[in-house]
Write a protein of this length. Sequence first.
Length: 129
Amino acid sequence: MKKAAIIAIALMFGAFNGFAQERKTEDKKRTELSPEQRAEKKTQKLTEVLALDEKQAAKIKEINLEHAKKMEDLHKEMKELKAKVKEEKQATHAKIEKELTDEQKQIMKEKEEERKKKRAEKKKDCCRK
């Protein structure tokens, strides 16, 4: 009985893990597509679902292409901005550390490790639901 329960649990975790990997693969594919490819794919899907005629499909493809290009530019800007934020945080952290004693630095390091652990636990709990 216990063996059957253990096997069932193991199979469930394996299935969930497979779904998670599949999702990551889909996300990766999405980022590899060019704006033109994304616009074409989205237009095809809308054409199928909404039974668009050729004129509508052409106009919607233009709209989708414009949107995909804008989004790509925005994503690039966001990456650059995230890098700047990270640099600023690191610079501030370094300035603060210069003002601290060794004991204070150790306390600060311990607190940071606690926060990292809490974030990791929250992330695990988030994904389990």
